[in-house]
Design a protein. Structure first.
Lengths: 115, 112
């Protein structure tokens, strides 16, 4: 089946630094990618939707200047958490929708810990 | 807005036991309903789905029926295996949308 890979799977950073998480569709082209955030024992919360070559659409309450999303190609989207703080510590998950299929494929997630 | 409520876990069952994970939803219109499964260390995978009332989704021995009258989409399996140990997420999407609204997930552990 289609594969979506996230990197890194686990990252620890100091408060005030920026962290970039990559989401790649390995064997298909993804016109749309979604970024989710998951707190412990909570559901996945959609943060933003990104379409290749255009600006991301952010959900209400998500700071676009803090969570920078770039979808520069049909196989790569990046999420950059800028000036990270401990409250940004969370599990970030991406999903991708293929050009020729309506099915969504999910990455394995990236756990961010901000000290 | 849309929401999904699923039973809280963790759920621990013996091998070959019957499984039910309850899921109810609130949504406007006629959403599509999904169950996703996340095995340890892996991304979410679509387990099954149903797009209209009374549809039954099934896969790998799991079943769920779209019940509009009770706004439910309960997941069932007649005989679980150790390999079914995972976190299960119920989700919905509005008609014509690829955006998903998830439940909190239910962790299932199956012991030999």
């Amino acid at each position: 089946g289609a594969v979506v890979s996230q990197h890194p799977s686990w990252v620890i950073c100091k408060s005030g630094t920026s962290v970039k998480i990559e989401c790649r569709s390995l064997d298909f082209q993804a016109t749309t990618m979604f970024w989710y955030r998951q707190f412990p024992k909570q559901s996945l919360m959609l943060m933003a939707t990104s379409n290749e070559g255009s600006k991301a659409t952010y959900e209400q309450g998500v700071e676009k200047d803090k969570f920078l999303i770039n979808h520069a190609s049909l196989t790569l989207s990046t999420l950059t958490v800028t000036s990270a703080h401990p409250e940004d510590s969370s599990f970030y998950i991406c999903s991708a929708r293929g050009v020729n299929t309506g099915e969504l494929f999910f990455g394995e997630g990236s756990r961010l810990t901000v000290l | 807005g849309d929401s999904v409520t699923q039973m809280e876990g963790p759920v621990t069952l013996s091998e070959e036991a019957f499984l039910t994970i309850n899921c109810t939803y609130t949504a406007t219109g006629y959403p599509s309903l999904f169950w996703y499964v996340q095995y340890p260390g892996e991304g979410l995978q679509l387990l099954l789905k149903a797009t209209k009332a009374d549809d039954k989704g099934s896969n790998k021995g799991f079943e769920a029926t779209y019940r509009k009258e009770t706004t439910s989409f309960h997941l069932e399996k007649g005989s679980v295996q150790v390999s079914d140990s995972a976190v299960y997420f119920c989700a919905l999407s509005d008609a014509g949308s690829y955006q998903l609204t998830f439940g909190k997930g239910t962790k299932l552990s199956v012991i030999p």
